[in-house]
Design a binder for this molecule. Structure first.
Ligand code: AMP
Ligand code: MG
Length: 487
């Protein structure tokens, strides 16, 4: 275990130089205080969880203090936003404080979001408000606990600093961690500004640090791109299987590591709705739940375009062709597991599609359905679940198919089936209304609800006595919350 001043830095991105990022110091928050910390994220830095309670912790992550070895930098990038190219973006309110490596030799970028203005702030104030910082913190850690790759979050620091959005709010900072903060938009920036030397440096950097095994391949850059395609196909399969809607899949919010990145008006589905749009400024539904699949491919093509100086167009196209089949295979595999199946049959796709259609038509809770399906034998479970469906005859027909399929799947006890299904079907999920309750309390100075929710969501598959209220469908007020896009 390390004390806070014992972190070891090795700032590899900063060393790429001023063409890639600008040195900026964090702008401190007034009266910084701990809102919540993640012991699991702290463990990744070998930090003793107790240090989160010390004043120096809030000072470090509230922008008042810096390690001598930290080199805070605002990164430059660009990207396609809602399909249109924006030539220059960048860290407008976040700073890469530095790269830390732990005892296991793993590197973690420490990124402080809400740290004040930078050369890339455009019209923005460089700040992040408490509610959006809490949402990013809870979502990062909850996704990780579900087994969905994501950037991590170490802590949220609250403050008295006034920040103006639709109304006056309070500023906060969230300390985000990821092995890399490089986005598709980084490659696009150097491609569209026609800086081949810097682009080559960036590509070498990513290859050496994050895809070293691709060096062994005859065409290392192509191998790296293929790997990025694969990781994104796997990531989006997980989003779709668990009902996660990102909301702002611009290419500047896509990580070259294939992890969930940059949280805005995201939402997990309550009722299953393929057409769900969580971002209220997304009038055309470009980033609706089901569109995440083709948009993943669209974003990868935007990255492919930026890689044309290194890889032939034919090879890029071929690699892009891997996306959809891989997505489908991963998605079906996850859905089979959610249904408790251990074998594969040709008609499984149909089984899944039919179920989702029935759920869609009846507004069935996506998460609780799968959890309850494993609670009891297939026959008993479907007999209870049928009440949730308006089209009962339709559900009965599906249930017959399902029971027969389970029968053919194998000879296992209900105990085995339940254990297997509960290990992949969460009971607790970061529903918007749960986040909202925690935020309302935090905005009036009570952080205990954020902390409790974080703790419950860190073990989403495990039934936790006394926490039944976190495993409920939303009350009426919480069903269609409009999450503000300002953050
Ligand atoms: P986002 O929609 O959060 O992914 O942000 C898009 C771009 O706007 C990024 O370059 C952000 O750094 C920048 N940005 C968002 N909010 C602010 C803010 N309050 N101040 C400065 N820049 C911001
Ligand atoms: Mg962003």
């Amino acid at each position: 275990m390390k004390a806070l001043d014992e972190l070891t830095f090795d700032n590899r991105f900063a060393r790429l130089g001023d063409a890639f990022s600008t040195h900026v110091l964090p702008e401190p928050l007034d009266a910084p205080r701990l809102v919540v910390a993640s012991p699991a994220a702290m463990a990744l830095l070998d930090l003793d969880p107790a240090v989160a309670e010390t004043p120096v912790f809030a000072e470090l992550f509230g922008g008042h203090k810096l390690w001598a070895e930290a080199e805070p930098r605002a990164m430059v990038y660009s990207g396609h936003q809602f399909g249109g190219y924006t030539p220059q973006l960048g860290d407008g309110r976040g700073l890469l404080l530095g790269e830390v490596y732990n005892a296991a030799g793993e590197h973690w970028d420490l990124h402080l979001k809400g740290a004040g203005q930078t050369p890339y702030s455009r019209m923005g104030d460089g700040r992040a408000v408490l509610r959006s910082s809490i949402r990013e913190f809870l979502a990062s850690e909850a996704l990780h606990a579900l087994g969905i790759p994501s950037s991590r979050a170490l802590c949220v620091i609250g403050s008295d600093t006034p920040v103006w959005r639709e109304k006056q709010e309070r500023g906060a900072m969230v300390l985000r961690m990821a092995p890399s903060h490089i986005r598709f938009g980084h490659f696009e920036y150097f491609y569209y500004t026609k800086k081949p030397e810097q682009q080559a440096l960036l590509a070498e950097h990513v290859l050496n640090l994050h895809y070293p095994e691709c060096r062994e391949q005859p065409e290392p850059y192509l191998a790296m791109f293929r790997e990025i395609v694969e990781r994104n196909a796997e990531l989006i399969a997980k989003w779709q299987a668990y009902g996660f809607c990102h909301g702002v899949m611009n290419t500047d919010n896509m990580s070259i590591l294939g992890i969930t990145f940059d949280f805005g008006p995201f939402a997990f589905l309550d009722d299953f709705d393929a057409h769900f749009i969580c971002n209220h400024s997304d009038h055309e539904g470009r980033y609706s739940f089901s569109n995440q699949v083709p948009i993943g491919q669209w974003n990868l093509s935007a990255l492919a375009q930026a890689l044309t100086p290194f890889i032939s167009v034919d090879a890029l196209k071929e690699a892009l062709g891997l996306y959809l089949p891989l997505y489908q295979a991963n998605y079906l595999d996850l859905m089979r597991r959610r249904l408790g199946l251990t074998t594969a049959e040709d008609d499984d796709q149909k089984l899944v599609e039919r179920l989702l259609k029935l759920m869609q038509n009846s507004g069935v809770d996506y998460t609780l359905f799968f959890r309850r399906l494993g609670d009891e034998s297939a026959a008993l479970a479907v007999a209870k679940l049928r009440d949730d469906f308006v089209d009962m005859a339709g559900f009965d027909a599906w249930a017959d198919m399902y029971k027969a399929r389970v029968e053919r799947d194998g000879d296992y006890s209900q105990e085995q089936r339940r254990a297997r299904m509960h290990a992949v079907n969460p009971l607790y999920l970061l529903r918007n209304y749960l986040a909202q309750n925690a935020i309302t309390a935090a905005e009036s100075g009570d952080y205990s609800e954020v902390q409790r929710l974080h703790e419950v969501l860190s073990k989403p598959f495990e039934e936790q006595p006394g926490m039944e209220q976190y495993a409920q469908r939303p009350p009426d007020w919480g069903k269609h919350l409009e999450i503000s896009c300002s953050s």
